[in-house]
Design a protein around this ligand. Structure first.
Ligand code: NAD
Length: 385
């Protein structure tokens, strides 16, 4: 079975779905040949020569990379007709297994197109968040790096520094850093803020998050009531809560945020626009020179003034970094972890005799990720829609 790795063509995507390390491991696993489209790794610091050294063939274009492929690895969904310069989808051979973060729930027509093209598609962001799936969990690996990068960029944009600096010329106080949302990205942001010497506090709505915040040495700031005691779904995600709850939470946040130097927002509610946690009035209450880093910008942002994709300075001198694709801002590491997630997924379901992946329908991980089989859409969440 041949494996193809394409260059990512969607706007702002710097990552790549395989690295020279994973290419070597796929070949050791029994993949017959790996074709990497020329330039695929450049945005992540992996030149073509390193892929060739690892045993891949460097293909001049998408068509050449995809010729005869049985497995196609992608970061984002392949471009379909009219989406860009190349109709990648039409070049994927029938029967091939496509693995990537295909964002199919937000784009149900995509899964229908894969089914019609006879492609077996796996959407890696839909894997269940269970212990057995942890090493394949692309959301976790990417969110972890996004949380780290957000603090580093926040620190660079903040023109005072994070640790308390005692010098002969006087003392610079430690920065107050506030992390909103303490999931995977938020917990890494807390740890990074602490490592840099900031005075870190954090908030979340899930009761389990409070203990995790404290265990990292940050203080918990938040509103808790009977509703928030049940704020977590069985899958571990935050639920959408009532307007009354959000109003109470906003009161607590409003008094706290005015004293913060760097605010990192990471809050998401699955399948919805990101909740607005920082209002324009809160931004107006902040000191000039303070920084908001909104890593929820891809989902609309947690700050009302965030302009997704942009870095802005407000009239009162607050910098708001609302870039999209935070993992893509640390592309070398993000690609390395993403590529390992895909390798682990495929090697977990590898049939040594057939030298091909075999995805058993009854497996919980497979059921979570597989969108299409045998020309039909099979994912339960898409069938419900
Ligand atoms: P996420 O990206 O969906 O959301 C980020 C955080 O925002 C969450 O902690 C959420 O509670 C928080 N949030 C939502 N609304 C908020 C609000 N109004 N105010 C403040 N915070 C708010 O979450 P995630 O990082 O993907 O993690 C989701 C869960 O999955 C967590 O419980 C995590 O521990 C769990 N998880 C488990 C595994 C595993 O066992 N394999 C792997 C990864 C994550």
């Amino acid at each position: 079975m041949r494996l193809a790795v394409l260059k990512e063509r969607r706007a702002g995507e710097t990552r790549v779905a395989a690295t020279p390390e994973t290419v070597k491991k796929f070949l050791a696993l029994g993949v017959e040949a790996v074709a990497v489209e020329a330039g695929a790794g450049l945005g992540s610091g992996y030149p073509d020569a390193l892929y060739a050294e690892a045993g891949a063939t460097v293909a001049p274009d998408a068509a050449a990379a995809l010729a005869g492929a049985g497995i196609v690895l992608k970061v984002r969904a392949p471009l379909a007709a009219g989406e860009g310069e190349v109709d990648e989808l039409s070049l994927i051979p029938r029967g091939a297994l496509l693995v990537g973060t295909l964002e199919a729930l937000g784009n149900p027509d995509r899964a229908k197109a894969y089914a019609a093209a006879g492609i077996e598609a796996c959407s890696m962001e839909l894997l269940p968040r269970i212990t057995r799936a942890q090493s394949m969990d692309v959301l976790s690996s990417q969110a972890n790096l996004a949380g780290y990068r957000a603090v580093v960029e926040g620190a660079a944009a903040f023109d005072k520094g994070f640790p308390m600096l005692m010098t002969a010329a006087g003392t610079i106080p430690a920065a107050n850093v506030f992390v909103m949302g303490a999931g995977v990205a938020g917990l890494q942001a807390i740890a990074t803020g602490r490592r840099l010497g900031g005075r870190v506090s954090a908030t979340d709505v899930r009761p389990a998050a409070k203990e995790e915040i404290k265990s990292l040495g940050a203080s918990f700031v938040g509103y808790e009531d009977e509703e928030s005691k049940a704020a977590q779904t069985a899958g571990g995600y935050a639920k959408q809560l009532s307007a009354e709850f959000y109003a109470k939470q906003a009161e607590v946040v409003a008094t706290h945020i005015a004293k913060q130097d760097v605010v990192v927002t990471t809050a998401l509610v699955q399948g919805r626009k990101a909740p607005t946690l920082v209002t324009a009035a809160m931004v107006a209450s902040m000191k000039p020179g303070s920084v908001i880093v909104d890593i929820a910008a891809d989902a609309g942002g947690n700050c009302a003034m965030t302009q997704p994709g942009e870095s802005i300075v407000t009239d009162n001198g607050v910098k708001i970094l609302g870039y999209r694709n935070w993992p893509g801002r640390i592309a070398g590491a993000a690609s390395a972890l993403y590529a390992r997630n895909l390798l682990t997924f495929l090697s977990t379901f590898w049939d040594k005799d057939a030298k091909a992946p075999r995805l058993p329908e009854e497996d919980e991980i497979v059921r979570g990720a597989v969108l299409t089989r045998g020309g039909a859409v099979v994912h339960p969440q898409l069938l419900q829609a």
